[in-house]
Design a binder for this molecule. Structure first.
Ligand code: NAD
Length: 371
């Protein structure tokens, strides 16, 4: 057990997703957000003001604060490793947005650095901690679909350049539909079924540039340097076989599709990029689809940081946190294996493994004060 009272948090990165995090974390009393930092301190100031956070400024100023215990890293993927490593070096735990880092070596380095320092590193997505995927997991584990055999994952849109005001990072190293969107689907799958053992994939791109579709920079063109369409086959160490499409090249939008088929039934949880919704169950002997509400237990981006706060304060009695760096590192390795297979035309093995991720208790509620 370490410390007492709400875990003191500093946020780095005052961009688009910081709005959701700051709004949610204000509702989670086990977290106490005291500082917002950004490369642009004015941006940090206005975000801090918007959400009633007292402190704001540079990353260096945040790292120098003795009171901050957890850095919530909401920078772009290419900055994740540098910011997270500086936080760990300052003796602070880290919650990272996904992917854990833009390079495999950096991700492995962060996990090792945290372990050596006796600090925790957690990584988004935390959507799998929402009732949608937790309930789905319970249903699979109690045998509702029989023996799980196969799965399908689909995320396809025309791409986020149409709505994101600064979308370059989503089309460069650390981004693309693979590193930006596959974490939701592959984390959902691996927390239930364990590690992926090998991957084969094809990739392509609709063109070398895109044009920003909204915001102050609308009409500006930028370079695309990663595949924008990926189709992949994943084999899990436990034997399950899955197929996936991750694409920014489709005028037809189909997102949030995760369908898991077993010997007795197919289950389709809500969008793995969301926290709740209806679960669909289709059994072999009754083709009528059953809609099972996952429930409205409170959940939103940031609950992974609450889980960390409870693990840090509660020690062994709470058990570990769930969205671990080791899980994120495995998912990153699976994504890099996907990219490697696109280049080589061969199956690529995924060697890393992670401790099983415990399910959340049904009454787990981030809006309750517990520390
Ligand atoms: N936008 C979304 O809907 C969304 C959803 C889920 C997850 N995410 C993830 O959240 C992260 C941020 O995404 P975003 O859309 O908010 O991006 P963004 O570009 O809107 O914001 C990123 C912010 O980080 C700051 N920044 C960049 N490098 C920095 C550094 N070295 N030090 C300090 N500040 C730095 C930028 O100035 C910017 O304000 C990404 O990892 C992304 O994958 C985004």
């Amino acid at each position: 057990m370490s410390g007492s009272g709400p875990l003191v948090v500093g946020v780095v990165g005052a961009g688009k997703i910081s709005e959701q995090y700051l709004a949610n974390m204000a509702q989670y009393p086990d977290l106490d957000v005291r500082f917002v930092a950004d490369l642009f301190p004015d941006l940090a100031r206005s975000r801090a003001d918007e959400f009633g956070v007292a402190g704001s400024g540079t990353v260096e100023a945040l790292m120098a604060r003795d009171d901050v215990e957890l850095v919530v890293n909401l920078t772009i993927p290419l900055a994740h490793a540098e910011v997270a490593s500086a936080a760990l070096a300052s003796g602070k735990h880290v919650w990272n947005e996904k992917p854990i880092a833009a390079a495999r070596v950096d991700a492995a380095g962060l996990v090792a650095q945290a372990a050596a320092a006796g600090l925790l590193i957690g990584t988004a997505p935390d959507t799998f901690l929402g009732p949608g995927l937790q309930r789905t997991r319970q249903m699979i584990e109690r045998g509702d679909i029989g023996t799980p055999l196969t799965a399908s994952m689909v995320f396809q849109t025309a791409g986020p350049h149409s709505w994101h005001p600064n979308p370059e990072f989503l089309y460069q190293a650390g981004g693309g539909p693979l590193l930006d969107m596959a974490p939701y689907y592959l984390t959902a799958m691996t927390q239930i079924f364990g590690p992926i053992s090998r991957v084969a994939a094809l990739g392509s791109s609709a063109g070398p540039t895109r044009v920003i579709g909204s915001g102050p920079r609308e009409g500006e063109s930028f370079d695309v340097t990663v595949p924008t369409h990926v189709s992949a086959l994943y084999e899990f160490a436990g034997g399950l076989k899955a197929q996936a499409v991750f694409s920014f090249d489709s005028a037809l939008k189909r997102v949030g599709i995760l369908e898991i088929s077993g010997t007795d039934a197919t289950i389709a949880p809500p969008d793995p990029n969301r926290f709740t919704g209806d679960i669909r169950l289709i059994t072999a002997d009754s083709p009528e689809e059953q809609l099972i509400p996952a429930g409205d237990r409170p959940a939103g981006r940031g609950i992974g940081a609450v889980d960390m706060a409870r693990a840090i304060r509660g020690g062994a009695a709470y058990g570990g946190h769930r969205a671990t760096g080791a899980l994120a590192l495995h998912v990153l390795e699976a994504m890099f294996a996907t990219a490697e297979s696109i280049d080589s035309g061969e199956f690529v093995r995924v060697e890393s493994r992670f401790e099983p991720i415990p399910a959340l208790p049904d009454d787990w509620d981030p809006t309750q004060r517990t520390v």
